[in-house]
Design a protein around this ligand. Sequence first.
Ligand code: COA
Length: 260
Amino acid sequence: MNYSNLLIENRERILYITINRENKLNALNKATLAELHDVITGSAHDEEVGGLIISGAGQKAFVAGADISEFADFNADEGRELAREGQIKVFDVIQNHSKPIIAAINGFALGGGLELALACHIRVAASGAKMGLPEVSLGLIPGYGGTQRLTELIGKGRAMEMILTGDMVNADDAYRTGLINHVYEPENLLNMAAELMKKILTRSPFAVSCAIRAINAASAEGINGYETEISEFSNCFGSDDFREGVSAFLAKRKAEFRGK
Ligand code: COA
């Protein structure tokens, strides 16, 4: 697939996905979501990819939301379809991806843009970033998982306030509430996100995938997360990575994991 709304680059096993609609503040239109689905699903089986970093083009925005112009005249059924298709094809795919995904929030992350970041496994932001779910100002509510993932991440009371007021929070407030893990100077954002990813990539890819599944199980409906942890823990014992990790430790050498 040829991407007209994304810039894609693989450097040192990190797939950098830059949403590239700068003149629309990288708003997520249908075409961009389809491209995200394609590149993110494809990366799961690409042995050259260890992890993904998602960012937005330019200095101003990560993603300023779903593209409002595309759903301006939607009815209830079309609205339902928009949310369901987006959640299944993009946002859930990111959350359940076997490889780590970091959102590097370089400016406005609003509406669907913040929801995109919320679906990622880890969020870091530039000091000037602004984050919010302003849908109620449009007569809507978040539809790409924002009511669920924000609540899970920062707690019900804070999520209520952010969603009901539609107010934006700055990077320091987002850090304080656990919405993001780190705040960096804008010029260092991508490098620092890459440093974080590189550290993860030195660990067992097999175990990292198991950990993502177990952590996701904490909030998955109808699933006992403790049972998932037991099962994923057990899976690790059957992996080459486990044998390599333990023998490297005992031999006092650096482990060389193959993700199997
Ligand atoms: N959907 C579609 N287009 C969008 C967009 C969105 N979510 N967010 C920004 N844009 C477009 C603007 O329409 C404008 O396009 P134009 O130049 O063709 O008129 C361009 O991006 C620049 O945005 P602009 O509003 O002029 O920039 P600003 O600096 O004045 O304001 C924001 C920046 C982020 C505060 C403002 O763009 C905004 O509020 N965006 C919508 C945020 C939102 O409600 N998101 C949730 C959607 S569900």
